[in-house]
Design a protein around this ligand. Structure first.
Ligand SMILES: Nc1ncnc2c1ncn2[C@@H]1O[C@H](COP(=O)(O)OP(=O)(O)O)[C@@H](O)[C@H]1O
Ligand SMILES: CC(C)(COP(=O)(O)O)[C@@H](O)C(=O)NCCC(=O)O
Ligand SMILES: [K+]
Length: 244
């Protein structure tokens, strides 16, 4: 059994895999990392490996406490990945984006692939049919949009997600909901249209905390899988084991 852990900028997600089957998924806050890993390892005492992707503030050391119980693998840019990295600054590419690109390459071989991860940030990652990772885009995620409107203005309240009543927001609150939620959806549809114009044939994988919400609203057909990053971590770890 493999325990996969994804440290994002908002939350930590974890999943226990037996082969390619996810047995159970967990979500928790950063300050509860060790307590939760402890609990998971009590329940799934057969875990032999702990596999981590982290772009958050939590560093390797937090996981090393478990080294006497199982093998700990912290993914870095030095690992082997199944794609060719064409990013101009490969060392600054988020490890979460590398894992997503890797999962897309392994799960959907030899085709153009666009991965959209709607988390703290929305990240777009494109891997072409020759397994070249080309790059993509980074923009603010849903909650970050609400928070930044409040944080960087004097008059805008801090709101949490609500379905906008209309495109024409008729109050401050409705104007914010319309701007944030509709803007979020338009952006993603707009990007997909842009890719479609250049690469006629490609698969779109949508993941992240806002994937379910988005799946119902995008005009483009997509493959939504909230667990895609953790599945990709598990697959990339298998790939690493096979290629080491
Ligand atoms: N309970 C929750 N706490 C925080 N964000 C949530 C929650 N449920 C859904 N979300 C949405 O998920 C997004 C964060 O997604 P997530 O994939 O957890 O981020 P990250 O991987 O960057 O930590 C936020 O933009 C927010 O809109
Ligand atoms: C863009 C990100 C902040 C996204 O983080 P997330 O929304 O998954 O928490 C992360 O992938 C990152 O720190 N990237 C480094 C810059 C880059 O990928 O080019
Ligand atoms: K993201």
């Amino acid at each position: 059994m493999v325990l996969t852990v994804d440290v994002g900028n908002t939350r930590i997600k974890a999943s226990v895999f037996e082969g390619s089957t996810a047995l159970e998924n967990f979500v928790f806050e950063k300050n509860e990392l060790e307590k939760n890993i402890e609990k998971i390892l009590i329940k799934f005492s057969n875990c032999s490996d702990l596999v981590v992707s982290s772009v958050g503030k939590i560093e390797k050391e937090s996981f090393l406490a478990f080294e006497n119980r199982l093998k700990v693998h912290f993914f870095t840019h030095e690992d082997v990945f199944p794609f060719t990295n064409k990013y101009a600054t490969p060392k600054t590419l988020g490890i979460d984006r590398m894992i997503l690109a890797s999962g897309a390459t392994l799960q959907f071989p030899k085709q153009n692939r666009l991965v959209i991860d709607a988390g703290t940030c929305i990240t777009y990652d494109f891997i072409d049919e020759n397994d070249n990772y080309l790059g993509g885009a980074i923009s603010p995620g849903l909650r970050l949009r609400y928070e930044s409107l409040h944080q960087f203005t004097a008059k805008l309240p801090l709101l949490t997600f609500e379905e906008p009543e209309n495109y024409v927001g008729n109050s401050t609150k409705q104007a914010i909901h319309s701007g944030v939620v509709n803007g979020f959806v338009y952006e993603i549809d707009g990007f997909i249209d842009e890719y479609q114009a250049e690469f006629s044939n490609f698969i779109i994988i949508l993941t992240g905390g806002d994937a379910e919400f988005l799946a119902k609203r995008l005009k483009n057909t997509i493959f939504a899988n909230s667990n895609f990053l953790l599945e990709s971590l598990n697959q990339t770890f298998q790939y690493k084991t096979d290629n080491d």
